[in-house]
Design a protein around this ligand. Structure first.
Ligand code: HEC
Length: 231
């Protein structure tokens, strides 16, 4: 009995110690890195690599709305007067629309305060000018695909459209048919985009039934597509 009680209280003491240690432990960078996955569709950590949202490179202590070369900031964010530090980011990530009404970040916010704390610690380490480069945090950035370097299978030589079908022929001599709704016509005017007049086709889904055709600019798209219905 006594032994049992002693064991019990010993176990309790260990549990308490463990949870106290957890509470005292600082933010968890690994959890922060996981939480950052919620952001990668729209943000990169590389300089000038803007996506839907601005690159977060050099974010720490930067004034809101000032990333060089990002042209889609809202007036609301630009005139907010915010400087990005722990406190500001905590409010922003909890509820962006409440902090800056009318901003353009379509993100509901993160309710869990400790997740925000971990994420903010990760962002600080990854974006402070004097912080470690993001590579050492184990963040593998996806480099944008350079569309000039693709092979014959991806180079589109002609596109014909008839009824609800796109017929796309590649430099490899193959012709593929797609339901028109599964074909996305895009432009990439960046340095990674295709050569003018040389659109490329890239798969856009697991089943091979969806593709993107990327052009060097929007003006090329319509003239490239032949309206042809063979009977
Ligand atoms: C759906 C796309 C999207 C997602 C997801 C998203 N953001 Fe954003 N973010 C944006 C856009 C767009 C802006 C610019 C908003 C504006 O100008 O009103 C922005 C702005 C920001 C800014 C201000 C940057 C500056 O230069 O002032 C920060 C900081 C930020 N986002 C952090 C995050 C973090 C951290 C996450 C993940 C938890 C996240 N965002 C998720 C699209 C997104």
């Amino acid at each position: 009995m006594r032994l049992q009680r002693a064991l019990c209280s010993g176990l309790l003491a260990m549990l308490l110690a463990a949870s106290a240690q957890h509470a005292l432990a600082g933010p968890n960078l690994e959890n922060g890195r996981q939480a950052y996955r919620k952001c990668v569709a729209c943000h990169s950590l590389e300089k000038d690599a803007h996506r839907t949202g601005p690159s977060l490179f050099g974010l720490w202590n930067r004034k809101a709305g000032t990333a060089d070369g990002f042209g889609r900031y809202s007036g609301a964010l630009k005139s907010s007067g915010i400087r990005w530090n722990e406190e500001a980011l905590d409010r922003w990530l909890e509820n962006p629309q409440q902090m800056v009404p009318g901003n353009r970040m379509v993100f509901p916010g993160i309710e869990d305060g400790s997740e925000r704390k971990d994420l903010i610690a990760f962002l600080k380490a990854a974006t402070a000018q004097d912080g470690k480069p993001s590579a050492t945090l184990g963040m593998r950035e996806q480099k944008p695909l350079n569309l000039k370097g693709l092979g014959e299978n991806n180079q589109v030589t002609s596109i014909a459209h008839c009824e609800d079908t796109f017929e796309i022929t590649t430099a490899a001599g193959e012709t593929h048919q797609f339901w028109e709704f599964n074909v996305r016509l895009k432009s990439d005017t960046s340095e990674n985009g295709p050569y003018p007049g040389k659109p490329v086709i890239i798969p856009a889904g697991m089943r091979g039934d969806r593709v993107s055709v990327v052009f060097a600019g929007p003006a090329e798209i319509s003239p490239f597509i032949q309206n042809r219905c063979e009977k």
